[in-house]
Ligand binder design. Structure first.
Ligand code: NAD
Length: 602
């Protein structure tokens, strides 16, 4: 129950006793807080329906009178602090994570500043709700979770008119787009139009973790159909009821989309590709990387976060990167993306060719170890360069571990439990401090749990997972598993790219991001087994990453913002979204400290 203490009550009565409101000709609102319409025009009930402007009961009496909303809200005036308290009280009452997700998205649609304030203040608690693992569940149940439309839906039937659809978006300044076609949502497969939860969730993190303005962000679903029969039969399905369009028509559609974005929002508009099927993800990355300002988070973001975890692990094992033997289980876009970046890092560090660096990396997929004469399974595409000649083919992971004797085992298969007890124990026998990453999402698809990894290696392993695991108690010691969460990387990359208007985003950017992230892990984090900085530091991490990337953008003339700011970090910090409510009247009365921090609320 919401409890107001005595000083709170006094304060509310005081605010209600305001006798006269001074005539104010111009409504003063911070310029940074962009509006879709000139501010003076937004008044009355329209103001209450605009999530960027809405303050709920935090509108002061003066504002209510000046803006024509007096009487449309209950009489009490509440501070943002009290509102946050109410949201969290209600959040705790929700019965399950899907309901919590729905409650938070409802808040986002109603009151954007309050949503981000609540999210930022409770990051560790709320990240697993707005992002993995709950966002995966929400996508699967999107027909039920859907409340109102957010973002843009462009279907294959819009081919030839994509620019016109983009013009329907009310904001003319869009700096970042997250786009999916829903074919491979997390490890959950083809979720078609239900995949829209991912671009929306990712862009919420652009704002919460990197301070990018919500109005500058646009989530896009490219609906080309779905091959998921369950969805096609689902009466609540929100997308096109047809099989996926593929081949030439699909590719022309994608090309038109990229050109239309540039025509509508300019060359500097960042386009983050998310959850495309493996073959398309790689193809589009190669095709568009040097032509547009784009990156693929599943390949490059994952790669950077995993490389950062590996770099941090090596601070404990003491083995230089180039002396490690790394076995990837899974040879899809996540595994190949990580392997490629690790190979690049090794080649830089050891001053060897990329091909030589690839020889330290091994892969095992659904058809077994990648060796030249294996009886079944393809060896084409990006995984091909990791095929070995001198090893025996095997479909048994334990056997592969025995043959290779890896120092690090990295899982990105989407197959839960594939790191069996015998595989983990073998890693423990081979290494004093084995590195074990179980990156598959959501939680039930992780290759092993944190408990299993620590238990079967007597607490010696350096563990990281894609989805969050709770700390593990073992023999009187607490181990805090690291979460190799892409959200350590993509917000910082996006921040540097949008602020300094980079022309392209190349591989070097992800090397820089990985190195910077790893450097943010303190010695005390390491002692607890954490391979990443605590979540609560993530905004600061994003800024640090953005600073390092921006130096690179200027060195390589990728930045379009001219002249380069003298102090990059303070320039970035000046651009960040502020969750504090704006005052709509000049010299408005503000809450005294004693009320903004009510004693009863602890
Ligand atoms: P993908 O479909 O491109 O690749 C899956 C790979 O796993 C394929 O190479 C396949 O052959 C292999 N595989 C399947 N079954 C196997 C088995 N039984 N034994 C060995 N290999 C098997 O998928 P992806 O995009 O690479 O994603 C894989 C997983 O990684 C997903 O669960 C995804 O959620 C996760 N992921 C995690 C992060 C992160 O933690 N930061 C980021 C991206 C992806």
């Amino acid at each position: 129950m919401l409890r107001i203490n005595a000083s709170g009550l006094r304060l509310i009565s005081k605010s209600l006793n305001v006798q006269s409101v001074k005539a104010v000709k111009n409504i003063a609102i911070d310029d940074k807080d962009r509006l879709s319409k000139p501010r003076s025009q937004i008044k009355g009930v329209e103001l209450l329906r605009n999530p960027s402007l809405y303050k709920g009961m935090a509108f002061t009496v003066e504002e209510r009178q000046l803006l024509g909303i007096h009487g449309l809200l209950p009489p009490a005036v509440l501070s943002q602090q009290v509102q946050c308290h109410r949201i969290m009280e209600n959040f705790r009452r929700e019965k399950d994570d899907l309901s919590r997700y729905i409650a938070l998205t409802n808040l986002q649609y109603r009151n954007e500043k309050l949503f981000y304030k609540v999210l930022i203040d409770n990051l560790e608690l709320l990240m697993p709700i707005v992002y993995t693992p709950t966002v995966g569940l929400a996508c699967q149940k999107y027909g039920i979770a859907f409340r109102r439309s957010k973002g843009l839906y462009i279907t294959i039937h819009d081919k030839g008119h994509i620019y016109d659809v983009l013009c329907n978006w009310p904001e003319s300044v869009v700096k970042a787009i997250v786009v999916t076609d829903g074919e491979r949502i997390l490890g959950l497969g083809d979720l078609g139009c239900y995949g829209m939860g991912i671009p929306i969730g990712k862009l919420s993190l652009y704002t919460a973790l990197a301070g990018i303005y919500p109005t500058h962000c646009l989530p896009i679903m490219l609906d080309v159909g779905t091959n998921n029969q369950q969805l096609l039969d689902d009466p609540l399905y929100i997308g096109l009821r047809q099989k996926r369009v593929t081949g030439k028509v699909y590719e022309e559609f994608m090309d038109e989309f990229m050109d239309a974005v540039v025509a509508r929002f300019g060359y500097n508009c960042l386009i983050q590709f998310e959850d495309f099927a493996s073959h398309n993800a790689y193809k589009f990355l190669q095709k568009y990387q040097e032509k547009y300002c784009m990156f693929n988070d599943d390949i490059q973001g994952t790669a950077a976060v995993a490389l950062a975890g590996l770099m941090t692990s090596l601070r404990v094992t003491g083995t230089p990167l180039e002396e490690n033997k790394i076995l990837f289980v899974g040879a899809g876009q996540a595994a190949c993306g990580i392997a490629d970046l690790v190979a690049l890092a090794i080649s830089r560090k050891a001053n060897i060719t990329f091909e030589q660096a690839c020889s330290r990396i091994y892969m095992f997929d659904v058809d077994g170890l990648l060796v030249e004469d294996r009886p079944e399974g393809q060896l084409d595409g990006p995984k091909n360069k990791y095929t070995k000649q001198s090893l025996r083919p095997t479909k048994n992971l334990s056997d592969a571990v025995e043959q290779i004797k890896p120092t690090a085992l990295i899982g990105a298969t989407g197959v839960g439990g594939i790191f069996t007890e015998s595989v983990i124990r073998k890693m423990g026998q081979l290494n004093e401090r084995p590195v074990i990453f179980a990156l598959s999402n959501p939680t039930h698809k992780a290759e092993c749990t944190a408990q299993q990894a620590y238990e079967f290696t007597d607490g010696r392993c350096l563990f990281s997972s894609g989805s969050p695991f709770k700390p593990v108690e073992l023999n009187g010691k607490t181990y805090v598993p690291g979460q190799g969460n892409n959200s350590y990387i993509f917000p910082g990359v996006a921040l540097a790219t949008t602020v300094f208007q980079s022309k392209h985003i190349d591989e070097e950017v992800f090397l820089i991001a990985a190195r910077t992230l790893s450097e943010q892990v303190s010695e005390s984090d390491l002692v607890a087994g954490q391979l990443y900085p605590p979540m609560k530091q993530i905004q600061n991490v994003s800024v640090k990453i953005a600073v390092e990337i921006s130096k690179y953008y200027y060195e390589t003339e990728l930045a379009s913002l001219y002249p380069a700011p003298y102090d990059l970090e303070s320039y970035i910090r000046d651009q960040l979204y502020d969750t504090t409510y704006q005052s709509y009247v000049p010299n408005t009365w503000t809450w005294p400290e004693e009320h903004t921090k009510p004693k009863d609320f602890n």
